[in-house]
Ligand binder design. Structure first.
Ligand code: FES
Length: 578
């Protein structure tokens, strides 16, 4: 065994000869950034390694290193200061929670009769309008055991916590209870705690999705789980949800056992990986989901440490690459009910979009690639501390803003959009994406200005990556419109969901043609709409049924099967004339 010392973390672990260094870092709990899943392509797992005798570290990709001696490893910062979008535009909801507390009157058992305690409890609930559809639920031994003694001690007046056909608890006194909603994104996970009795937001928590160490985007992550089994990838997201539930309870100062219902929205891959469902269908044509139906599970099956009978509501998926997070966006925004054509876009490594009007909905997904999240860009990074997030050309120099107000160490998606937009506007780049500068690179911050001692630059090849990403989204927008025989100018509004949509400049997005320039002035950011949708299904019972309806009724346009897609995609590689 070799000793591996991680200097930044002051941690020593043992590694087998020939162990993969990235794997060693994962096992050590360091959560290395590995967007390409360890295939040596993204360059994000860079570390400095040296032996005790060497003073200068050698920079290597951890995923490409086999351990052959004791090592000192200087790992890179990962995820530090990462700001996660938790807020979304809130629509008015009718408070009618999916897990409800009702006061009931249970009749005493009359002498000479032998109606069971359970039957009388069910009858009392039915008098309140509950459990009326279909056959009565099967007796729950625990609740049935409590029903008789409670009836006798309270005179029959008691409280019950009910969801669908499940009786979660009965009590002499009104119970305090909570609901938790989760948005599991490919990059981030957000959890919200709501008061079950009032619907009020209590607290929120968020973190980076720990599955990132098995691949930054859904394809790499799905491939990893196919190669190595779903155990690790499923295990780490369930563990994250478990910890986040405990965090929510701790922040709110409550016992986690009082959390009596959970909803989960995520893209189809995140949905399947959380459930432990094979993602095989997602990576093979025609890329359909294994499950698209809504599912209800029990917390006890996941050892979540909350109320064991708490239902887990898994929102339904639409297609292989249009998942429950998009359904949650539809739920929170009432997009299906708008009277004029409206386009909802959620841009990440995939761009999911839905065009809708008056209950007509059509969705598509385009593989934008990871450029908007900073991967594949020479000095690209996520929107965490040190990322240049806004850029302006000031006649003869670059002005920029940095996340956290520190010295820059890279550029994130919103900064990249601004930079390319400014290059076009100032004539430093032509519509084909050719830099018109003396050198084929732009130096945004020189080595003295940056926090790494190396300049932060934009290279010609980075512009190419951005062109590929923006062309995919723009082609999707045009083809969605054409599928409904409308022109993009007929779209009255564009709603941008998700973190990138909230942080980017709509003006820059139109300048570079990511969003058709004709839609300038019609764009609004709606924040974490998926998170709002996950909350809404908990707070409004009808929203859960509506989610199933929206998923089933939303048409899906498979861009890969459309003959015009390739031509449109190539057309959109060019930037608009400004
Ligand atoms: S290059 Fe190593 S994880 Fe991507």
């Amino acid at each position: 065994m070799f000793q591996i010392y991680f200097s930044r973390e002051d941690l020593t672990v043992q590694a087998e000869p020939q162990a993969n260094l990235l794997e060693v870092m994962r096992k050590a709990g360091l959560h290395p950034d590995a967007p390409c899943g360890g295939h040596g392509k993204c360059g994000k797992c860079k570390v400095g390694i040296r032996t005790a005798e060497q003073s200068e570290p050698q920079t290597v990709l951890a995923c490409q290193v086999q351990v052959e001696s004791d090592l000192i490893v200087d790992s890179m910062l990962s995820g530090k200061g990462y700001s996660i979008l938790t807020e979304g535009v809130q629509m008015a909801t009718t408070f009618d929670p999916i897990v409800r507390q009702v006061q009931i009157e249970v009749e005493p058992c009359i002498k000479g009769e032998s109606t069971s305690d359970w039957s009388r409890l069910i009858l009392a609930l039915q008098k309140e309008g509950l459990l009326l559809d279909g056959p009565a639920p099967e007796p729950d031994p625990e609740i049935a055991s409590q029903a008789g003694p409670l009836q006798r001690s309270t005179g029959g007046r008691m409280w019950a916590l009910v969801s669908g056909k499940n009786i979660l608890a009965v009590s002499a006194d009104k119970m305090e209870y909570y609901l938790a909603a989760f948005d599991i994104g490919t990059t981030t996970v957000v959890g919200y705690l709501l008061d079950g009795n009032t619907g009020e937001a209590v607290t929120v928590t968020s973190r980076l999705n720990p599955q990132a160490e098995y691949g930054g985007d859904v394809i790499n992550r799905a491939n990893y789980s196919l190669e190595h089994g779903t155990e690790q990838v499923t295990g780490c997201i369930r563990q994250a949800i478990r910890e986040m539930l405990a965090e929510l309870a701790q922040k709110a100062g409550i016992d986690a056992g009082k959390i009596a219902g959970v909803s989960i929205a995520g893209n189809t891959c995140m949905h399947h990986l959380f459930m432990g469902i094979s993602v095989d269908s997602l990576v093979h044509a025609p890329y359909n989901p294994a499950v698209s139906e809504p599912m209800i599970r029990r917390a006890a099956d996941y050892q979540f440490g909350i109320h064991p009978k708490a239902p887990i509501f898994m929102l339904p998926n639409i297609a292989g690459f249009v998942g429950a997070d998009t359904v949650a966006c539809l739920v929170s925004t009432d997009l299906a009910e708008v009277k004029d054509w409206t386009l909802l876009i959620d841009i990440g490594t995939n761009g999911e979009m839905v065009l809708a009007r008056d209950h007509e909905m059509i969705a598509c997904s385009t593989a934008a690639g990871p450029a908007f999240e900073g991967a594949g860009i020479t000095h690209g990074m996520r929107g965490s501390e040190g990322a240049i997030s806004k850029v302006r050309w000031a006649e003869d120099h670059w002005d920029y803003e940095v996340v956290g107000g520190t010295k820059p160490r890279g550029i994130c998606g919103s900064g990249l959009l601004d930079l390319v937009s400014e290059l076009l506007l100032s004539g430093q780049m032509d519509e084909m994406g050719e830099l018109q500068t003396e050198e084929p690179r732009i130096i945004l911050a020189d080595k003295d200005e940056s926090s790494t001692g190396a300049p932060v630059t934009l290279e010609q090849k980075d512009v190419r990556q951005l062109q590929l990403a923006k062309a995919a989204i723009a082609a999707g927008v045009h083809l969605l419109a054409e599928s409904r025989n409308i022109d993009v100018t007929d779209i009255s509004e564009v709603w941008l969901a998700g973190a990138f949509g909230s942080f980017m400049s709509p003006e820059s997005a139109c300048n570079i043609g990511l969003i058709p320039p004709e839609l300038r002035g019609r764009i609004k950011a709606i924040g974490n709409a998926a998170g709002e949708g996950a909350k809404r299904v908990l707070l409004e019972r009808s929203a859960w049924d509506k989610a199933a309806y929206l998923a089933a009724e939303c048409d899906f346009l498979e861009l890969a099967t459309i003959a015009e897609f390739q031509d449109r995609y190539v057309d959109e590689l060019e930037f608009p004339e400004l």
